[in-house]
Design a protein around this ligand. Sequence first.
Ligand code: AMP
Length: 284
Amino acid sequence: MITRSTDVNSVRKLLQKMSPPFALVPTMGALHEGHLELIRKARQKVGSSGTVIVSIFVNPIQFDKASDLENYPQPLSTDLALCERAGADLAFTPPKESLYHADHSVLIRESLLTKHLCGATRPGHFDGVLTVVLKLFNIFQPNYAIFGQKDFQQLALIQRMARDLNLSTTVIGHPTVRAPDGLALSSRNTHLTASERADAPRIHRALCAARDISHTGEQNPSIYLEVARKHLLMNPLESFTIDYLELVDAETLQPTPSVTKPSFLATACFYGKVRLIDHIVIPS
Ligand code: AMP
């Protein structure tokens, strides 16, 4: 039976009665198979006697658009049932007031890996992400924390924060979980209309088409970007727009001048107001 807590002090007390090692899976809820895979990976890491914690918190300070925050799906009772079925021991579901003082004024800011991709197009987003993740790490002091590679910039930033701030949590990435048609699972997919949902696998297809030219030994980034852009924009729906399409070095997340090291071809696209992200590794 899963235990639920909504309060920082009581969850700390609860944790004292639970057995280490601890693995944390931070989420914003509206759970899907991608999240559940992270929970299963957490269980694998801590074994049957360890403790798997899932946090479900729609973090207001990481939303750059109020409408996105207001419309974020929050099916809490279904989420709790899914967490339990996937093997979580403890669900932390705090209200905003439990995590943030009304006059909170300290933020974590990263200054290099945030320069491109979502960091450039969503100002302040990663300050909010890093701040809430550090708070969760401080509350739970987990041995492991599991994050999806789908949000590879977020994962890289959290690993950088763990390194640069000497955190003791081991940050683990898990591969992107996709629908059978290739679309990366996302809580936001439920906001797509039926025709948008049917069209959305074009994002993954476009990235795959660009990746497939790597076997020719092509090193020019603009060729990869052109191929992906062409596929993204081939007979698009009216609601479809590209937010960004970038090819970045897999380590530094800076635009790569030449594909001589593994790189990420990454995009964010809109269907109306619904923003979807995806990426693919371009081998060198
Ligand atoms: P979110 O609830 O969207 O903040 O995501 C919580 C965690 O689940 C993050 O670490 C995400 O990277 C991860 N995640 C979301 N979608 C997927 C997916 N399709 N595959 C793997 N991990 C995912």
